[in-house]
Design a protein around this ligand. Structure first.
Ligand SMILES: Nc1ncnc2c1ncn2[C@@H]1O[C@H](COP(=O)(O)OP(=O)(O)O)[C@@H](O)[C@H]1O
Ligand SMILES: Nc1ccn([C@H]2C[C@H](O)[C@@H](COP(=O)(O)OP(=O)(O)O)O2)c(=O)n1
Length: 671
């Protein structure tokens, strides 16, 4: 996951390969609650691991439910079978509507004293219609802040005294989650009272496919609900939740929308399609119908029960005018696809966007306009005009703590103007798809992946600076010196010396180094050699092998392979001159020999390696001389390098300087 303040996605061109999507959030949280309410043990497979499922799991644990993690995506849940082990708890539910609404209903019926709260945005998301429905029944719920919104206090009520004779009326036109919450929880009342429970929906029910997911999962847990149209639902008297034992969560169909769009937008080679696994034509999720909308806009989509294959067909895409009430979440992706269409596209009947993680109609319009688009909105619709190649602007996209805004705007990187897109607060994707950007980067190609080169003499602080700059930008890091250091070490282990006579053998070693970089450590054939290669002797050997042209050639391709999305910071001697001559920022970092010797001295002493300042300075000057005078790729500033003498700068000042230079190369206006 990218926890950086922003993530710059360079202009993207094509996409091929296979993505495996994480589990559906809606299914995951419903299954977790049903498994907790049921008797017996349920093993849940392919569960989504995200912010919203984590708050649900924490809440169930706080209620005394046994939850055992079996792996990153599977859990074993010991159900409560209608009896709370912890009848009082304060539950923090983040911004998870799929936890707040169903837990409110279930806890109001289970009898106990609970406080339910969330992040500030959660306290702006309506829940009054659900609370009204529950109070009609005789449940006691207070608003602790603004009436109609969380936080809530739920007081104990006796399920035997609830008034179940008249149908329970609930509004269906604000959020279908209110009805879902009642459907998931009311079997508790129907079971305990021995009476059938009838729910009447008031107003036109929105997001019906989500209700179908609820009914489908209730059936898996032994609860049959009779549905009369979309107006009346009857839960049978005396019903009981029964664990299915094992249950698999489908991949998230809403998350699939970004990759379906990707397949439609990216120019792949003929016959090459993007494959999406984990969800397909057999899905129970409403958002799978995004496929129809994408086809309408010009995507070519083939499918099997649990896979999809997508490629570009019509280009430009075809504009659409769509009632998107049945796919409210995935429809946001259509709004970005509309930028690539042959006319204005309108998405209608999407008033629910206004009460989601943020007011999505306003937020989408605002951010699409930043890209240069003309956008019109109404209380329940959005109309997006396409952009001509010259109309595109480089924009820093504000994401409103809304995962879907972050994910759908990443697609703007396919703009024909070749502009990058900046996504602010990219970690908001953690709500449903923590590895979204990594997954995206694994299947797309970018013509120009940015590189920042930091070259300079030993102990000038290149490594320190490069690591921090990479960290700030979410970029990969190449410590090219470590490749020469490992080569030197491998050479010694083979009984070779850094002489021209051994050049071919050392180059062959360098070519086939079984190297891995794992969490800042360097592994040679599985052995952690990070500390061994840091000694001054290893530095000297590295400097010597680095004068051998065949060794430099052998390491060339390996170094270039580090240039991966979203970008790279590379430190060494010839990053800017030889390896990445097209890098948009090259820094030549220096400091006085006295300063450098002193820094290295402190560094080695702190690692428990004994040495003297004088010998270090002599070694360092000898190394500078050799690195600068060798015939191939000598240590030299590239012609277009910016020089930074950090003798009088702190580490933070050097980092700020380089980041400022980097911002200057970017087309984004300040956010
Ligand atoms: N600007 C700076 N001011 C003071 N010390 C620094 C500065 N930059 C780096 N250092 C310190 O100097 C030492 C050598 O830095 P390092 O990044 O290993 O250099 P290089 O990669 O160029 O050999 C480290 O202990 C580091 O903390
Ligand atoms: N791109 C590079 C990186 C390092 N080298 C050589 C020259 C250096 O003296 C050695 C060791 O490099 P390294 O960057 O690890 O050394 P320092 O950390 O700066 O002391 O490798 C090189 O020739 N080209």
């Amino acid at each position: 996951m990218f926890s950086t303040p922003f993530l710059d996605i360079p202009a993207l061109a094509s996409a091929t390969g296979t993505v495996q999507l994480p589990g559906s959030k809606s299914i995951s949280n419903r299954v977790l609650l049903l498994a907790a309410l049921a008797g017996g043990t349920t093993t849940v497979h392919d569960l989504l691991d995200s912010d919203d499922t984590r708050v649900m799991i924490d809440a169930l644990r706080a209620l005394g439910c046994g939850v055992e993690r079996l792996s990153a995506d599977s859990l074993r849940i010991e159900g409560l079978d209608g009896t709370l082990k912890q009848p009082t708890a304060d539950l923090f539910l983040g911004n998870a509507g799929t936890a707040m609404r169903p837990l409110t209903a279930a806890l109001a019926l289970l009898g106990g004293d609970f406080e339910l709260s969330g992040v500030p945005r959660m306290h702006e998301r309506p829940i009054g219609d659900l609370v009204d429905a529950l109070t009609q029944l005789g449940c006691r719920i207070d608003y602790l802040g603004n009436p109609g919104f969380p936080p809530l206090r739920i007081h104990p009520s006796d399920i035997a005294t609830l008034s179940l004779d008249a149908p329970i009326r609930v509004r269906g036109d604000v959020s279908s989650q209110f009805l879902t919450a009642l459907l998931l929880a009311l079997p508790l009342a129907a079971g305990a009272s021995g009476k059938a429970v009838v729910i009447d929906v008031v107003g036109e029910l929105i997001s019906k496919p989500y209700i179908e997911i609820t009914l489908n999962l209730l059936a898996r847990f032994g609860i049959a609900v009779q549905r009369d149209g979309w107006e009346r639902f009857t839960i049978h008297a005396g019903c009981r939740y029964r664990s299915p034992g094992e249950i698999h969560v489908e991949a998230d169909a809403s998350s699939a929308s970004y990759f379906i769009a990707l397949g439609a937008l990216a120019a792949g080679a003929p016959g090459q399609a993007l494959r999406i696994e984990g969800v397909g034509a057999g899905s129970i999720q409403g958002d799978i119908r995004f496929v129809e909308a994408a086809r309408q806009m010009g995507a070519r989509v083939d499918s099997g029960a649990n896979w999809l294959q997508v490629s570009r067909d019509a280009w430009p895409l075809r504009a659409i005018d769509l009632d998107a009430n049945h796919i409210p979440d995935a429809a946001m992706t259509l709004a970005v696809m509309a930028l690539f269409a042959d006319g204005p596209s309108t998405l209608r009947n999407i008033a629910s966007w206004r009460v989601k993680e943020t007011d999505r109609i306003d937020a989408m319009a605002h951010e699409l306009r930043k890209l240069g688009a003309t956008v019109e909105t109404s209380p329940d619709s959005i109309c997006v005009h396409p952009l001509a190649p010259a109309g595109w602007r480089a924009a820093a996209i504000h994401t409103y703590d809304d995962h879907r805004i972050a994910m759908c705007f990443s697609l703007a990187a396919f703009n024909p103007a070749g502009l990058p897109v900046r996504i602010l607060d990219p970690k908001c994707v953690a709500k449903t798809f923590p590895d979204y950007f990594e997954t995206l980067f694994s299947v797309v190609e970018a013509p120009h992946i940015p590189v920042i080169c930091i070259d300079g003499p030993t102990a000038s602080g290149k490594g320190t600076l490069a690591v921090e700059v990479a960290h700030e930008l979410g970029y990969h890091y190449l410590d090219s010196g470590s490749l020469y250091r490992v080569t030197g070490m491998a050479m010694r282990r083979q009984g070779l010396t850094p002489e021209p006579a051994h050049e071919a053998q050392i180059a062959a070693l360098a070519e086939g180094l079984p190297l891995q970089f794992v969490k800042g450590r360097v592994l040679l054939d599985g052995e952690d050699v990070s500390d061994l290669i840091r000694t001054e002797a290893a530095g000297m050997d590295a400097s010597r092998v680095s004068t051998l042209p065949a060794v430099r050639r052998a390491l060339l391709a390996l170094q270039k392979r580090f240039r991966q999305l979203p970008g790279l910071v590379a430190d060494g001697r010839d990053m800017g001159t030889v390896i990445f001559p097209d890098a948009p920022l090259k820094v030549f970092l220096t400091a006085s020999a006295a300063q450098r010797a002193e820094r290295r001295h402190k560094q080695l002493i702190s690692k428990g390696i004994s040495t003297t300042l004088d010998s270090l300075r002599a070694d360092l000057e000898a190394r500078d001389a050799r690195d600068s005078s060798r015939s191939v790729a000598p240590l030299l500033p590239a012609q277009d390098a910016r020089r930074l003498d950090n003798s009088a700068l702190s580490i933070e000042q050097s980092i700020d300087q380089v980041l400022n230079w980097w911002q200057d190369t970017q087309p984004f206006k300040p956010a």
